[in-house]
Design a protein around this ligand. Structure first.
Ligand code: 6PG
Length: 467
């Protein structure tokens, strides 16, 4: 057993864990690593190259605990869910009071809240830390969203800030609030990720009958030089330009049109609904992934009803502006959801700070986030990004194009659920007088649920309904 003591430990040497460990070592910190199947520990040490002197490979939780400076800080990068609880169970007998466990997986924030309460009652520190950026981000600088007691974060802040992505000299890592705040923010990040991916896919869908994938890729590459600049637009240009070497076909043309999902998008929607929120673009994106998976049923429906194409497809300029408008609305809906959760759980989330740490390292990084951060540092009436002066102007400029694109799709019978639902939210919000008076009347008619009146104060009025 080694006599050296590392600054930090990590359990779970999958792709993300291994890359995060190398990132930590690369930034000058000694790291002790452990994995349940210990051959991964050997492989990791063997592949550590020049960083091997900063790495301590451990074959048991006991050895890991013995290889760490006190108070111990151990990052978990294991599959979200039961594996996290099981790993914590195996570690606890080897830890001392005051030692810290940091869950860096895509955890359900409800689990994080439970674990934090549970471990703090036992005298341990627990941090729930959302990490975004995929494999590349983990190795060279992810965006890191931290939740848990602020004093506990202070113990590892230097390590976290050193390994995080850098945006113009500022680390993309922050302590955002207590208990599950970090994992909730990561969940909503992923919800926005789902929405933005779906919006991009819908725009691709408008173009693919008249352009080749690589031509569409070039459109996205051009757009990436303007206000739509961001990681997801950038990689869309790349994936559309790629060729399958086996068949010489465009790569996207040999990929089955059924999207996978591990659950974070769905969690965003579930938590939003619990909070009385409805982030329509994210809901639509989750729905679209589920519908995409029903391939056989879709083939059957095409036989029954026929498929549609747009006779007069939208112009590239309209698609650009429609994507921009819908992206603004999607980010805005995510931010509104964060605000609602912050109120509900007393997190006091700083939305400008959240936008700032998303500006580099994470999957939804985009030029827009700098403007979003500025908007939340200024005036956002009703907490709505869309109502911030700079975004009012941008939406006035771009929503007409969104309307034309959705109109063309609807008229032709081509689905664009995320674009259409972004517009539905916008159009609902801009009508001070909606139609829910009829719903209230119906509720009172069949269940005497009562309503409020425009002409009188008070609640619980009933209508003079016919029998
Ligand atoms: C990130 C990503 C990352 C992962 C998602 C994919 O921020 O780095 O969001 O967490 O790519 O888990 O989620 P789905 O498998 O649900 O698309």
């Amino acid at each position: 057993m080694s006599t050296r003591k590392a600054r930090i430990g990590l359990v779970g040497l999958g792709v993300m864990g291994a890359n995060l460990s190398l990132n930590i070592a690369d930034n000058g910190f000694d790291i002790a690593v452990y994995n349940r199947s210990t051959d991964k520990v050997d492989d990791f040490v063997a592949d550590a190259g020049a960083l091997v002197d900063r790495v301590i490979g451990c074959k048991s939780p006991e050895e890991l605990a013995a290889s760490l400076q006190s108070p111990r800080a151990i990052i978990l990068m294991v599959k979200a869910g039961e594996a996290v609880d099981k790993t914590i169970e195996t570690l606890l007998p080897h830890l001392d009071e005051g030692d810290m466990i940091i869950d860096a997986g895509n955890a359900d924030f409800n689990d994080t809240r439970r674990r934090e309460a549970d471990l703090s009652a036992k005298g341990f520190a627990f941090i729930g830390m959302g990490v975004s950026g995929g494999e590349e981000g983990a190795r060279h600088g992810p965006s890191i969203m931290v939740g848990g007691p602020e004093g506990h974060y202070a113990v590892i802040q230097d390590v976290i800030e050193a390994i995080a992505a850098d945006y113009q000299g500022t680390p993309c890592a922050a302590h955002l609030g207590p208990d599950g705040a970090g994992h909730f923010v990561k969940t909503v990040h992923n919800g926005i990720e789902y929405a933005d991916m779906q919006l991009i896919a819908e725009v691709y869908g408008c173009l693919r009958d008249r352009m080749t994938p690589s031509e569409i890729g070039q459109v996205f590459a051009d757009w990436n030089d303007g206000p739509l600049n961001g990681y997801l637009v950038e990689i869309t240009a790349k994936v559309l330009g790629a060729t399958d070497t086996g068949t010489d076909q465009p790569m996207v043309d040999v990929i089955v049109d059924a999207a996978g999902q591990k659950g974070t998008g769905r969690w965003t929607v579930i938590e939003a609904l619990k909070l009385g929120q409805s982030p329509s673009t994210i809901e639509a994106a989750v729905a679209a992934r589920s519908w995409s998976a029903q391939r056989d049923a879709r083939a059957h429906a095409q036989d029954l009803f026929g498929a549609a194409t747009m006779d007069t497809p939208p112009s590239l300029a309209d698609l650009h502006d429609a994507l921009l408008a819908a992206r603004i609305l999607a980010y805005g809906q995510g931010m509104t959801l964060l605000n609602a959760a912050s109120d509900e759980f007393d997190w006091d989330l700083d939305l400008a700070r959240v936008a700032e740490i998303w500006r580099a390292g994470c999957i939804i990084r985009s030029t827009l986030l700098d403007d979003i951060a500025a908007a939340f540092r200024g005036e956002t009436p009703h907490g709505q990004l869309a109502f911030a002066p700079a975004f009012v102007t941008r939406l006035q400029d771009t929503v007409p194009a969104l309307r034309r694109v959705v109109g063309a799709g609807t008229a032709a019978g081509v689905a664009m659920p995320a674009l259409a639902n972004a517009l539905a939210w916008f159009d609902t919000m801009r009508h001070a007088r909606g139609t829910a008076n009829v719903i209230q009347a119906q509720r009172d008619f069949f269940g005497a649920h009562g309503f409020e009146r425009l002409d009188r104060d008070g609640t619980g009025f009933h209508g003079d309904w016919p029998a």
